[in-house]
Design a protein around this ligand. Sequence first.
Ligand SMILES: Cc1ncc(COP(=O)(O)O)c(C=O)c1O
Length: 202
Amino acid sequence: MNQSKIDLRSDTVTKPSSLMLEAMMAAEVGDDVFGDDPTVHKLEEKTASMFGMEAALFCTSGTMTNQLAIRSLCSPGSEVICDKLSHVFLYEGGGIALNAFSSVKTLNGDRGRITAGQVAASVNNANDIHLPVSRLVALENTMNKGGGSIYDFQEIIKIKQVCKDNNLSLHLDGARLFNALVERKESMKDFGNIFDSISICL
Ligand SMILES: Cc1ncc(COP(=O)(O)O)c(C=O)c1O
């Protein structure tokens, strides 16, 4: 592709600038297993502090980040509630079944955005042994397959209340969260406060 043209097929086709490549080449590195990589530590600490969260983990893809979060919040036999257009459901190779041994209940949202009412109505009766255990709600903001739709934060607050009432965790696929924050003038800390886990893409 001609370098002077802007490629709008996807934001994922962007390439590092020469300054970014220089920073990578000059970065101090070390063995991460021994905890010797100061650059990764700095990135993780900075990210956790930006969101006001306990800790952050650097992963090499957004899919891996989502899958680790879902695996850590679910147990075998759990059910994940999400919109039918969610990346975690459509585009992660069925990873929820493979990695978290869990099933998915998809909801029909508005351009990928589900409501607190829909979530409340979809929670399984915990006393019915036939049903998987509702365990996690996964939202996506902005919503890729919804054409970049953005959640109303007030709705997220209501969804969180449904989660609290029903002992569900709340995960955010925030691959494009920064776009939503700029558009809505919201803060990372607000999101860090409300979600149990957030994945972001750099
Ligand atoms: C909403 C969303 N979540 C997760 C991912 C996965 O990111 P990766 O391609 O780095 O695995 C993408 C990729 O574009 C995405 O659009």
